[in-house]
Design a protein. Structure first.
Lengths: 130, 130
């Protein structure tokens, strides 16, 4: 049956970020970012998620949805500022080639053919925070 | 802001089914069907939704999810057998060309370039229930 049993699905944690960002984000949300080719959709399902964007913060609660169209350069991420568990569902499209740009650090990632290449915003290979 | 205001989003109701199916399904779920090219994902957000497939019925409640991979011929739809409101979120991929086949009636639909063509399962133009 196609009903998803949470006890049986593969659990993926962590991130593909290089250090120190992987450690900084451990067990948390993503670095603030925007996608070049992929639309993104979010629905909060439990607790309170605070959406952070250029213009500031918006608290989102269960049932609240947000959509981030591909190419919109206003980066987003979610922070749990509460002392309770917060959860959300994320849906993305699977672009054959994707570029994500991080809003608050000098970092971008190109993803193609299942391989990720991190660079600075100027396109040079990333070798450490600068 | 990308947070979706339910008061401002376009509301779409009804279906593209030909009669008598449009009337039969009014205010309800879809005819039981499967997709050739599009994956489909469902999360129940309120009440109880009964998933119907070849093998029988499964009651799904808020947080329960189901996935219907493209090309899987085991048709599905949801029925609200309760006396309460039930809601679910549906996510689909946007295949350039799609064929949906209906499990319990002699009907299929080909969708391409925004146009829908209903046929019998043998591919002949649909002109009425048979």
């Amino acid at each position: 049956m196609p009903v998803i049993d949470p006890a049986k699905v593969p659990v993926k944690t962590g991130s593909i970020y290089p250090e120190p960002y992987a450690g900084m984000m451990k067990g948390r949300s993503s670095l603030r970012h925007w996608h070049l080719n992929e639309d993104e959709f979010v629905m909060v399902t439990e607790g309170e998620c605070t959406l952070v964007q250029d213009a500031g913060e918006t608290v989102m609660r269960p049932g609240d949805c947000a959509a981030f169209p591909a190419g919109s350069t206003d980066g987003h991420h979610f922070i749990n500022r509460s002392d309770r568990v917060a959860r959300f569902l994320v849906v993305g499209t699977k672009a054959p080639r994707e570029v994500a740009t991080y809003s608050d650090v000098d970092l971008r990632v190109e993803i193609e053919g299942g391989k990720a290449r991190f660079t600075y915003r100027d396109g040079q290979d990333w070798t450490g925070p600068r």
